[in-house]
Write a protein that binds this ligand. Structure first.
Ligand SMILES: [Zn+2]
Length: 297
């Protein structure tokens, strides 16, 4: 039995990376992982809840160094909705999670989006409509008004001008961001020790972030995956696509390449949708790849 992950912090030398919960999703595993049918979940039942649904965490990662505070992704926002037969979602806790770390929105200097799916952009402004609905409030501005807002250019171009319900809402997200957004490319340094790693497939401009010690003294690194994987099961079942992957073949290729590179004792992973606990590492294949949970200090 698993549930959405709690707030937790790991240190990479002089950097601290904290998972900030916003909410959760409960998903139909057969619909959202089509390759798992007919009985792929039978060996991974520990990742399903009592109703046979697949719980996911939703939130953001806060990366802090001595003088920087970066948020990676912005959760669902203050919203709850269901997609019959597919999933239920609830968000709303992100600013409370941030406050529990002693920070306000004005303390955030940078927002980085791994991609622009609905569940990663929710706190962009004060308005977070459910997908396929009209915003019923006025947008008064960006939530993190002091921050630079960064995304890969291919990601911005993919969604700009669209009203796809899985993407960024035209009125609540795209229009307010358009005046502020700046673009990132593979290898760019967002802050000392924080670099962009292009991981396309789930969406065209999807990125992950690699966090290393800004002082260079510690060999460890942490990779904030974004949606390269939605659950720990995909460490083992790396060919299982998520139903909303824009390019399923590219998504598998990216995941398998990354998994090979991450089988390394100095590398921690952060999976923002992982239930139970978001940090861990990939153990190299014995018979199959497996997941090792990392308990915070
Ligand atoms: Zn997502």
């Amino acid at each position: 039995m698993v549930a959405a992950a709690p707030r937790a912090t790991v240190r990479i030398g002089g950097a601290r990376v904290t998972f900030l919960p916003d909410g959760y999703g409960r998903l139909n595993p057969d619909v959202l992982f089509p390759a798992s049918a007919p009985d792929g979940w039978s060996t991974h039942a520990a990742y399903l809840d009592d109703d046979g649904r697949f719980p996911v965490s939703v939130g953001a990662f806060l990366v802090r160094t001595h003088d920087r505070a970066i948020l990676v992704d912005l959760g669902l926002g203050d919203v709850a909705f269901g997609i019959p037969g597919v999933a239920d979602f609830r968000g709303g806790a992100l600013l409370d999670s941030l406050a529990e770390e002693g920070l306000t929105p004005d303390d955030i200097d940078t927002v980085v989006y791994t991609h622009l799916h609905h569940d990663h952009v929710g706190w962009t402004t004060n308005v977070a409509p459910a997908p396929d609905t009209v915003a019923n409030q006025c947008v008064t501005g960006l939530t993190f008004a002091s921050a630079r807002h960064l995304v890969a250019e291919a990601e911005w171009r993919h969604w700009a001008g669209t009203d796809d319900p899985v993407g960024p809402h035209p009125d609540a997200v795209q229009a307010p961001l358009a005046q502020h957004i700046a673009f990132l490319a593979d290898g760019d340094e967002v802050a000392p020790g924080v670099r962009v790693l292009a991981t396309p497939g789930h969406t065209p401009g999807h990125i992950s972030l690699v966090v290393t010690d800004p002082t260079g003294e510690d060999d460890d690194r942490l990779v904030i995956l974004g949606d390269v994987m939605h659950c720990q099961v995909q460490v083992t079942e790396s060919s299982w696509n998520f139903a909303f992957d824009v390019d399923p073949a590219q998504s598998v290729a990216t995941r398998e390449l990354l998994l090979k590179e991450l089988e390394d004792e100095h590398t921690l992973l952060a999976g923002g949708h992982f239930a139970g606990h978001v940090f861990g590492r990939v153990l190299p294949p014995r018979a199959v790849r497996t997941w090792q949970r990392r308990t915070p200090a």
